[in-house]
Design a protein around this ligand. Structure first.
Ligand code: NAD
Length: 495
């Protein structure tokens, strides 16, 4: 028998009782792991344990992959037409929408995120993503290609087979769910490994797969540590594709494993150190609002976080003053209180990591304008922290911090700003603020990144997302994501 965790919320923004099964989800059922191990999840607001969640090992991965392989051959893959897969994804979206506040509350409890953000953005985006890929399920077809009069050829977009999806903790529901629905829409079966730090929301979603009509084995969830469950997935010979979101360090290991085992296809959504460029002709208010959101949202725990803010000399003083005032105005606290703008970091490890970077910035001679130390002694709170007087070689300027920490750097010319902005091993995102449309586009094109945001932040599940350089490769969301989950077969017909 697997355990169920129940939590009663009695907060200003949400009241209700939510239960979630904490077992592994394999072949349509919640089961105990072979070795009966568990991992504790921790509430980032208090530092107290929330629940013990089953932790799998390579034995459980073997069982889950075998279930997914069998389901692919017997009851999924090419056996189920796209329109039926789309209908199930639509039903899944409806079920999530019906339970949206429960799911949002659980996600906020596990991550420390503001309930406002999980209930108004993250869970609704999951619903939208499921509906979006439901629409693609019967439209991902090939082409007819003329060769000569005695022949014709056509292509088919075929599913790959068993897909492994490994997710991080910063957007636990969205990062795993986007991978799952794209895999299902394109006819693959899936084994998901959530982050061991935040497994609760995807386990809650597991309850809806059977009700939405997905046959047993089509979706499987194996929680556990990266070195055991994650590594076993990366090494598995029956997995045809692995889609990963996480750090560049682990992404590299996954690629190595894929190369050494069965050359499984890999897509990697990795880290970032994204630049923001604010030009003299920018709308100051817009630039401040967009830049604040792009670095401090989700406590800065975003792969796209715009942590390097380059500001042209003519607007620099006014920008720094307005940006620092906005950062000081951010109220940091419990995301269930209803009066906060920023929650804690996800874990003690992450808080210590971020504070370690802050100390390194101070030690290397950068000046802290606001923030710069832990808030309180309970929970994992770090307030918005701004550095000035940095140099390009400082650790805080070069490495991903993954917290509410940024630096403001003065520049003179467009060329100089582009050169500094591109001086990074990463290439995930960039932001440009200018009211001169020609300049904004010219700079957006010159910056080395998978996405460019002009005069604000991004959005839209139909827009492809993914990095270049050491931020990874392969796109999620949008039509381009379908390519990453299918193979193209060419069929030649002799008339
Ligand atoms: P992480 O790389 O430590 O872990 C990510 C996942 O990989 C977890 O589920 C973990 O258990 C697993 N893992 C760890 N070791 C593994 C191994 N040897 N083999 C297989 N799996 C293993 O990352 P994190 O700390 O959870 O998340 C933060 C990182 O994720 C940041 O670098 C951030 O930039 C990145 N991220 C990128 C995107 C994107 O879309 N580009 C989105 C969110 C987060």
């Amino acid at each position: 028998m697997t355990a169920t965790y129940t939590h009663t919320f009695d907060t200003p923004v949400y009241k209700g009782t939510v239960s979630v099964n904490t077992g592994l989800f394999i072949n349509g059922k919640f089961v105990e792991p072979v070795l009966k191990q568990s991992i504790e999840t921790v509430n980032p607001v208090t530092g107290e344990v929330i629940a013990k969640v089953s932790a799998g090992t390579s034995e459980d991965v073997d069982i889950a992959v075998a279930a997914a392989k069998k389901a692919f051959k017997s009851s999924w893959g090419l056996k189920v037409p796209g329109h039926q897969r789309g209908r199930m994804l639509g039903k899944l979206a409806d079920l999530i929408e019906e339970h949206k506040d429960e799911l949002a509350a659980l996600e906020s409890l596990d991550t420390g995120k503001l309930f406002l953000h999980t209930s108004k953005f993250e869970v609704p985006t999951a619903v939208q993503v499921s509906r979006y890929f439901a629409g693609w399920a019967d439209k991902n077809y090939g082409q007819t290609i003329e060769t000569d009069e005695s022949k014709f050829a056509y292509t088919r977009h075929e599913p790959i087979g068993v897909v492994a999806a490994i997710a991080p903790w910063n957007y636990p529901l969205l990062t795993s769910f986007i991978k799952v629905v794209t895999a299902l829409a394109t006819g693959n079966t899936v084994v998901v490994k959530p982050s061991e730090v935040t497994p609760l929301s995807i386990l809650k979603v597991a309850e809806y797969f059977n009700a939405a009509g997905f046959p047993p084995g089509v979706v499987n969830i194996v929680n556990g540590y990266g070195q055991t469950v994650g590594q076993a997935l990366a090494d598995h010979r029956d997995i045809g594709k692995l889609t990963f979101t996480g750090s560049t360090l682990v992404g590299r290991k996954i690629m190595e494993s894929a190369a050494k085992t069965n050359l499984k296809r890999v897509t990697l959504e990795l880290g970032g150190k994204s630049p923001t460029l604010v030009f003299d002709d920018a709308d100051l208010q817009r630039a401040v609002t967009g830049t604040v959101l792009n670095i401090f949202h989700n406590s800065g725990q975003m792969c796209t976080a715009g942590s390097r803010i380059y500001v042209q000399e003519g607007i620099y003083d006014r920008f720094v003053e307005a940006f620092a005032a906005a950062a000081r105005g951010i109220k940091v606290g419990n995301g269930f209180d209803g009066n906060c703008d920023q929650g804690p970091l996800v874990s003690e490890i992450q808080m210590k990591r971020v504070l370690g970077y802050v100390e390194s910035g101070k030690a290397e001679g950068a000046k802290v304008l606001t923030g710069g130390s832990r808030q309180g002694d309970k929970g994992f709170f770090v307030p918005p922290t701004i550095f000035v007087n940095t140099t390009p070689d400082m650790k805080i300027v070069r490495e991903e911090i993954f917290g509410p920490v940024c630096m403001i750097i003065k520049f003179k010319t467009e060329e100089e700003a582009i050169e500094h902005a591109n001086d990074t091993e990463y290439g995930l995102s960039c932001q440009v603020f200018s009211q001169d449309i020609s300049r904004a586009l010219r700079v957006a094109h010159a910056l080395e990144a998978g996405q460019a945001l002009i005069n604000g932040i991004g959005g839209g599940v139909g827009v492809p997302f993914g990095g270049i350089k050491q931020s990874g490769f392969g796109k999620e969301l949008g039509q381009h994501a379908l390519e990453a989950f299918t193979t193209v077969k060419a069929v030649h017909v002799n008339l």
